[in-house]
Design a protein around this ligand. Structure first.
Ligand code: GLN
Length: 303
């Protein structure tokens, strides 16, 4: 398979959509990113990576980090986390508060903000430094020692973080956080601020396509755990657009408001696409279109 030509064809097809939508406005440091950026990368299960466009330009991973924090907690703590967070689609925006009250402070799934805060809390308890643990993992899997936090983005998010603070305090009131709210928020904002390129992220998500094996061949997760993360990505990874994502793309996917989306073709490869213009649900417009066209061209969806 000539991945280079395939990705070039995808990029050409979505060119009219690049620049559509708007970069995330609620985190001021993200609002100024050029919406005309577009990159896509494909990492084969053997670690060969191909890309086109801005595929080597770092961007803010934001909620894509939620897939990695879940993986690290499952690795270290097994299935215990499911007592504190569900795995059902929420059908609500990623930062919604409404379901928490009638579900006693248990978030619907680990990929909405409330759920990710619980996972970060657990990772903090397990490791003593949740965000650095994730950074080191991402450096190792991507093979890029320059992967780093973006202090400006982390500070910008903390300054405008009332919604996440509200979610965290509300869950703390139900006893669903073990660490102090400011600690959980700090690590959550740091993990969201990590900057990576499509190349880095496609490689770092390789364990999801390799049924749990890390880049160096060692085991991170059992095949069953990897399957489960992919399943939750498929049903919850793009929030209240997960149904549409399954309909159009047909792959496990995790998006972030930095405009990135990681998608997994189990057993074959991991894709990462980036374009900062977002739709109303916080997913990249051109990124969705690119993955839609990719699976249409190749027939490689899980369906
Ligand atoms: N850091 C962002 C937030 O908490 C992540 C949201 C996202 O990428 N969907 O609001």
């Amino acid at each position: 398979m000539d991945y280079q030509s395939l990705l070039e064809e995808v990029a050409a097809h979505v060119a009219p959509q690049i620049g559509q939508g708007e970069p995330a406005q609620y985190i001021p440091a993200l609002a100024s990113v050029d919406p005309r950026r577009f990159g896509i990368a494909l990492a084969d299960v053997d670690g060969t990576v191909t890309g086109v466009g801005d595929w080597e330009v770092p961007f803010s991973v934001q909620s894509i980090s939620k897939a990695f924090s879940l993986a690290l907690v499952l690795e270290q703590d097994g299935e215990r986390i499911w007592r504190r967070v569900g795995r059902e689609p929420s059908g609500n925006p990623f930062n919604s508060l409404v379901q928490l009250e009638y579900e006693n402070g248990i978030p619907r799934n680990p990929f909405i903000n409330a759920g990710a805060l619980v996972v970060t809390d657990r990772l903090q308890t397990l490791t003593g430094d949740a965000s650095t643990t994730m950074l080191e993992f991402l450096r190792a899997e991507s093979g890029n020692p320059d992967v780093a936090f973006d202090q400006v983005v982390a500070a910008s998010e903390a300054e405008h973080g009332d919604r996440n603070a509200a979610l965290a305090h509300f869950m703390a009131s139900y006893g669903n956080l073990d660490n102090p709210v400011p600690t959980v928020l700090e690590h959550y904002f740091w993990q969201c601020s990590i900057e990576m390129s499509c190349r880095d992220l496609a490689l770092a998500g390789g364990f999801l396509a390799r049924h749990g094996l890390r880049a160096d061949g060692s085991r991170l997760l059992s095949p069953r755990q990897a399957k489960r993360i992919n399943a939750v990505m498929l049903t919850c990874g793009t929030y209240d657009a997960a149904g549409d994502f399954a309909y159009r793309v047909g792959l496990p996917g995790k998006s972030g408001v930095g405009g990135g989306i990681v998608a997994v073709i189990p057993g074959r490869c991991t894709l990462c696409v980036w374009s900062p213009g977002l739709d109303a649900r916080g997913n990249s417009v051109a990124g969705l279109a690119a993955l839609d066209h990719f699976t249409t061209l190749t027939g490689w969806s899980v369906f």
